[in-house]
Design a protein around this ligand. Structure first.
Ligand SMILES: Cc1cc2nc3c(=O)[nH]c(=O)nc-3n(C[C@H](O)[C@H](O)[C@H](O)COP(=O)(O)OP(=O)(O)OC[C@H]3O[C@@H](n4cnc5c(N)ncnc54)[C@H](O)[C@@H]3O)c2cc1C
Length: 496
């Protein structure tokens, strides 16, 4: 039986990112993926939010995505656009790039990191004991791992087999989504009616002056809201045709679909992200309406939160209790995404009174403070892990500052490329001593003359030092002394 430190069930965006993070940390990891290749029938998610681009930039791979997609202001709440071009980040925008491309680029990175992928095989069950997990595969073989992570999507077998509750709300609305050819030219763009929102676009598009401009030819991407939440099971071309006729009076001669699917606003979250040696991440841990484009982003960021922690536990640097911080930090983040999607779905209802409520929200969001707060939420830039009282930077993302070091200029994110923690000393050079952690934590003396500014919060007092976790969040802030530094190093990066 092949043995790995970690087996990841599912090689979608979350599983790929997690495997990459683990491999960077030197962990022996393998992915088991049902699909024969990374090809995705249909395009699914439309792109990345600012914080996810930052997270990829922390690993030095953001340019691979940026060079294939198009940057655009994508953050929005209930259809109200939220411009983030004035935000203090190197990436004050989102990226329009279909999920099939995102997965292909991530898979290329994982391939460079030499992660084995068992393709055309499913995880069909598992049994965990005190020292590991036996993972059963659909071809009758098994793998042995110290930990199993279910990144196997919303219908997660790992979640079900682990007996993890998935409480939440049943769907109230559903939409058919498809890519197909049409004999007649449909009216491209969005239509709203009593039933909800519908749209036609082309898979191929360009962004010119911040506007989406569709190509003249090529497959059409269709979304049509159904009158009642559709049944489980795969929708057919006939369902799609009937849905179109009900809304547009014609199906535009639709034919040759490459993909037909249905999404709903089902909203559920795993009650626990870990049961002993089995963990969940991405859609396996949370499902919600796609409004706001947050699912893939949340999954990738789950992976980046979990990767280094699991690596340290597997490498015996940290006790298993470090894994409890994964649920403690990431469950509230997804719970907030669930709440904001439920609110947005409600605001999209076409009742006159709800519409008035939507107009009121829109008016509020035209004011600067609500706009910055909501934009920071939708772009993921305001994520704050509860690491206790203290400086506003504590538990927040480290900005990608332009530092000056004895060896020349240096970007903070460059220091995170290897997913290793950093103690950034901005005070007296040589003023901090972390010898017992020298094998785990990089100590960098640098200066930074600019202001420290956080999205939505604004300027904050400049710290004299910051301890940055591999996921880019700040675990300790110096105020001229090293009070609390040893405790923070021990909590996050193990005993001296
Ligand atoms: C119409 C639509 C639009 C969306 N738009 C956006 C958007 O703009 N932005 C955004 O962030 N998100 C968006 N999403 C959500 C996004 O697609 C998902 O959140 C994302 O794919 C989740 O990634 P994942 O890796 O967690 O799960 P998945 O992408 O579902 O990947 C799970 C993987 O596990 C494999 N698998 C499943 N079971 C097993 C098993 N037992 N054994 C082995 N392999 C298995 C599957 O083949 C799959 O490859 C959208 C979703 C839809 C439907």
């Amino acid at each position: 039986m092949a043995e790995y430190a970690v087996v990841v069930a599912g090689g979608g965006p979350t599983g790929l990112m997690l495997a990459g993070e683990l491999a960077l940390a030197g962990v022996d990891v393998a992915i088991v993926e049902r699909r024969a290749s990374q090809e995705l029938a249909g395009s699914r998610a439309g792109g990345l939010h600012s914080r996810t681009i930052e997270v990829l930039d922390q690993r030095g791979i953001a340019d691979r995505f940026l060079s294939e997609g198009q940057t655009v202001q994508v953050a929005a709440f209930a259809g109200v656009p939220l411009d983030i071009s004035d935000f203090p980040t190197r990436h004050p925008y989102g990226l329009g790039l279909w999920q099939n491309h995102i997965e292909r680029i991530l898979a290329g990175w994982v391939d460079e990191l030499a992660v084995p992928i068992y393709r055309e095989r499913e995880v069909t069950g598992f049994a965990q004991d005190d020292s590991g997990v036996d993972v059963e595969l659909s071809d009758g073989t098994s793998l042995r791992a110290e930990y199993l992570v279910g990144c196997d999507g919303g219908r997660s077998l790992v979640r079900k087999e682990a007996g993890i509750e998935f409480p939440g709300w049943n769907p109230t609305t559903s939409a058919l989504i498809a890519e197909a050819e049409m004999a007649e030219e449909p009216e491209l763009g969005i239509r709203r009616d009593a039933r909800g929102i519908h749209s036609f676009g082309r898979v191929e598009y360009e962004i010119r002056d911040g506007e989406v401009v569709y190509m003249d030819e090529g497959p059409v991407r269709i979304m049509v809201t159904e009158e009642h939440p559709g049944p489980a099971g795969e929708p057919t071309l006939r369902d799609l045709s009937e849905g179109l006729i009900a809304v547009y009076g014609t199906d535009y001669g639709i034919h040759s679909p490459t993909w037909i699917s249905r999404f709903t606003d089902m909203t559920r979250q795993a009650a626990a992200y870990r049961v002993r040696r089995v963990l969940l991440a991405g859609d396996a841990a949370h499902v919600h309406s796609p409004v706001g484009g947050q699912g893939l982003n949340t999954g990738v960021q789950d992976a980046v939160n979990l990767g280094w922690k699991l690596a340290q536990v597997v490498n015996r640097t940290s006790p298993e209790s470090l894994l409890d911080t994964y649920h403690a930090e990431r469950h509230p983040v997804a719970a907030r995404v669930l709440r904001n999607t439920m609110a947005q779905v409600a605001l999209f209802r076409q009742d006159d009174r709800i519409k008035t409520l939507g107009d009121t929200i829109s008016e509020l969001l035209s004011m600067d403070e609500p706009r910055t707060r909501f934009a920071a939420m939708m772009s993921g830039l305001d994520i704050h892990y509860e690491l206790g009282e203290g400086h506003p930077l504590l538990g927040r993302r480290m900005p990608d500052l332009d530092l000056v070091t004895a060896n020349g200029p240096l970007r903070v994110f460059t220091l995170l490329h290897d997913a290793r923690p950093v103690l950034l000393n901005l005070g007296e050079p040589g003023g901090l001593d972390i010898t017992p952690w020298a094998d785990r934590v990089q100590l960098i003396d640098a200066t930074y003359g600019g202001t420290w500014e956080l999205p939505a919060l604004g300027a904050v007092t400049a710290p004299t030092a910051v301890l940055i976790r591999p996921d880019g969040y700040i675990a300790w802030v110096g105020d001229g002394t090293d009070t609390g530094l040893r405790a923070a190093l021990t909590t996050w990066f193990g005993s001296p």
